[in-house]
Design a protein around this ligand. Structure first.
Ligand code: GDR
Length: 338
């Protein structure tokens, strides 16, 4: 039986990856940070119950990482934990860099010393590209990286350290350079879920308007479920490498709003307003990933289109509002986070 250790296990990707690995017979260990809401009650991983081995730990506490590494004795380590919100990284830049850069380095060091035979996956990000675009309109593995946010800078450090450790210490350490990936489990302060959730609220008269930042940036949105399959493929390849995972399609925030509101029988222009507080000091304006190296190497294809992804998210929030998901209805009535 293979053993996996996942940081960020209670997040969107951590929960889908846990389900995937458990379905393949893995013993799955997850590191969770202590918070006032016990993680085993989290709606994302709560249903997995005792199939998951959860341990308290923190990327900023090396001794906790070492304890978890020894307990889990993993064959595969997935570092999915981070301060993952780009705009908020401008408010808390030092914490973001500590968690995403130093935290990753802490984990790499424990990996190198305690479990060097294991394989290591780092959640790298398209945010590392910043506003670099190849002449054909895509970002790919060879596109220059010029991040435009504290988050992007911290991720570029992590990406580089993983390559450095792979080359210096002959470790099987890899990067997945993932473009935006969403699902009903996405946090409500990321734009897809914010748009879908608020549009459903508006339709059911639980909200009056949707307050957004920049409507004219473009993103390449896929489904988290498709992308965690990709993580597992990369870490199980016969040689370590770094790969872009993306759909190759791009849409603006405006197009996202238009699709979601139209599906719900409304015109987004009547409800969407802009507020500077949701703008970024420097914006990454355009993302469109070329994942042909990854597709060719692994035969991967996404199962979800942009429309199928949003339809699933709409159906999720409709179920919540219509009272088919009572537990979540209470949360829906509370003020929206940023
Ligand atoms: P992103 O995702 O920054 O690309 O990073 P996010 O959904 O936060 O923003 C996407 C785009 O939408 C614009 N936008 C808004 N964004 C948010 N969050 N809230 C708003 O109200 C709003 N209005 C407009 C943004 O300006 C941006 O252009 C995500 C994260 O998951 C990262 O951790 C990950 O690495 C990358 O995707 C790939």
């Amino acid at each position: 039986m293979k053993r996996a250790l996942i940081t960020g296990v209670a997040g969107q990707d951590g929960s889908y990856l846990s389900e995937l690995l458990l379905s393949q017979g893995y013993e799955v260990w997850g590191i969770v940070r202590r918070s006032s809401v016990p993680e085993h009650q989290s709606s994302r991983i709560g249903s997995l119950g005792e199939q998951l081995h959860l341990e308290y730990g923190d990327l900023l506490d090396s001794s906790s990482l070492e304890r978890c590494m020894r307990l889990a004795a993993p064959d595969e380590i997935y570092n999915l934990a981070s301060q993952s919100h780009v705009r908020i990284s401008f408010d808390i830049p030092q914490f973001t860099v500590q968690a995403n850069a130093m935290g990753l380095l802490n984990l790499l060091e424990v990996y190198r010393k305690v479990a060097p035979e294991a394989r290591f996956y780092q959640a790298s990000s398209s945010e590392m590209f910043g506003n670099s675009v190849d002449p054909d309109g895509f970002q790919r593995e060879t596109t220059p990286m010029n991040p435009v946010s504290p988050y992007g800078c911290s991720k570029l450090f992590g990406y580089s350290m993983v390559r450095n450790y792979r080359n210096s210490f002959k470790l099987f350490a890899v990067n997945g350079i993932l473009f935006n990936h969403e699902s009903p489990r996405r946090g409500s302060n990321f734009v897809t879920n914010k748009v879908v959730k608020t549009a459903v609220q508006i339709k059911h008269k639980l909200a009056k308007r949707l307050v957004l930042g920049n409507l004219d940036s473009f993103r390449d949105w896929g489904h988290s479920k498709d992308y965690v399959r990709g993580m597992h493929m990369i870490i199980n390849h016969d040689q370590p490498g770094d790969y872009v995972i993306a759909t190759g399609h791009t849409h603006s925030i405006r197009e996202l709003c238009e699709y979601v509101f139209t599906r719900l029988g409304m015109d987004y222009r009547e409800y969407v307003v802009q507020d500077a507080k949701f703008m970024r000091p420097e914006e990454l304006t355009y993302l469109r990933g070329d994942s042909s190296v990854f597709r060719k190497t692994f035969g991967w294809e996404p199962e979800y289109t942009f429309e199928a992804l949003l339809d699933e998210m709409i159906e999720h929030w409709e179920a919540v509002v219509e009272g088919r998901d009572e537990a979540r209805l209470a949360g829906l009535r509370s003020a929206l986070p940023m």
